[in-house]
Design a protein around this ligand. Structure first.
Ligand SMILES: [Zn+2]
Length: 342
């Protein structure tokens, strides 16, 4: 007899629970949210704001580069079912734009936050060459208001200091920008879950305090290697370098998917031969052969930097942002100090 009753009871329970979810939804009283982010570091920035019942999804899987990524239909369904979608809003995750339009959703894009730090793309293989061509000078001066205020290309104010086509899109690499995102997402979560307002505010405050503490630790540590020149595979770390006063001097590739020109390879090799490069950083998302044209036969230390952070953790879709910054700083520190007495 139980065999016959059980399915009915189950069905009734399911209908009841579906109805209650529906009614709760109507009343704006949802108790948990589904949040989807484009790339792992964004998950690392906002995860500490979420409660135990909330769901967090990361579209870009570990070990994959965002440059040249494509979304699948299952991703579009996930976007449709999400209460909140978070993106960088630069060419780095431009692959999320059309699918979001398809499901009629607007993301919280870091690039469109009111107080975001923006730096202009650096051109050429070696950045420190001051003899820029006139068109490159124009690129760098796009944030002219910012130049007057800060005496460099950073701008924390509203407006459009760096035109989007000349913006360095790796905005999450700035701790300042990450904190802006924490503030805005915390407000959105409170609006969507008014019953949990205080808990969310508390999590946000604790998280911001923790980020400030991590920042001070990293600042102290990296102060010891500030002058050391290094090269990177592609220019993904400018915001981090800028924040901690590091001395990046060039990149092998402008677009990590495109091979560098012979001229660029030559310039970089000459620079290494001169002995003015302490370390060259590869990236775990890209095969090692992408740096061999520049380093083969030369004596230069190699380090590894992961702009997604996922290679620093095993079997996890993302790394919490404070640990991510610390891992990056450890990579910088250990490669830039090798053989140096401090
Ligand atoms: Zn990149």
């Amino acid at each position: 007899m139980n065999d016959r009753i059980a399915p009915n009871t189950l069905l009734r329970k399911r209908v009841l629970s579906l109805m209650s979810v529906f009614l709760l939804g109507l009343a704006g009283n949802a108790s948990a949210l589904t949040v989807t982010v484009s790339i792992p570091p964004l998950a690392g920035i906002i995860a500490p704001l979420l409660g135990p019942a909330d769901e967090l999804h990361v579209l870009l899987k570990p070990g994959v580069s965002p440059h040249g990524f494509q979304l699948r239909p299952s991703h579009v369904r996930l976007l449709q079912d999400s209460d909140l979608v978070i993106s960088v809003g630069t060419p780095v995750d431009a692959w999320i734009v059309k699918p979001l339009q398809l499901v009629n959703k607007t993301p919280i894009a870091m690039a469109r936050l009111p107080n975001v730090e923006r730096l202009a793309l650096r051109q050429g293989g070696l950045w420190e060459d001051k003899h820029l061509h006139s068109d490159e000078l124009t690129h760098r001066k796009l944030g002219s208001d910012a130049h007057e205020a800060d005496n460099d290309s950073v701008n924390h104010s509203q407006g459009n200091p760096v035109e989007n086509s000349h913006l360095d899109g790796h905005l999450w690499m700035s701790l300042y920008n990450a904190k802006q995102m924490v503030i805005v997402v915390s407000q959105q979560l409170q609006a969507k879950l008014p019953g949990q307002k205080e808990a969310i505010q508390k999590r946000a405050a604790d998280w911001l305090t923790r980020l400030d503490k991590t920042n001070l630790q990293i600042m102290t540590r990296l102060a010891k290697v500030q002058g050391e020149p290094f090269l990177v595979l592609h220019d993904a770390f400018q915001y981090f370098e800028h924040h901690y006063g590091l001395n990046g001097v060039g990149s092998i590739r402008l677009n990590p998917e495109l091979a560098p020109s012979l001229k660029r390879v030559h310039e970089l090799r000459e620079r290494i031969k001169d002995g003015h490069v302490t370390c060259l950083f590869k990236e775990p998302q890209f095969p090692e052969k992408r740096i061999t044209s520049v380093v083969s036969g030369l004596d230069v230390k190699l380090g590894s930097l992961d702009p997604m952070g996922t290679s620093y953790v095993l079997n996890k879709p993302f790394m919490q942002y404070d640990a991510f910054l610390t891992a990056l700083s450890n990579q910088f520190y250990s490669c830039l100090t090798k053989g140096k007495v401090l």
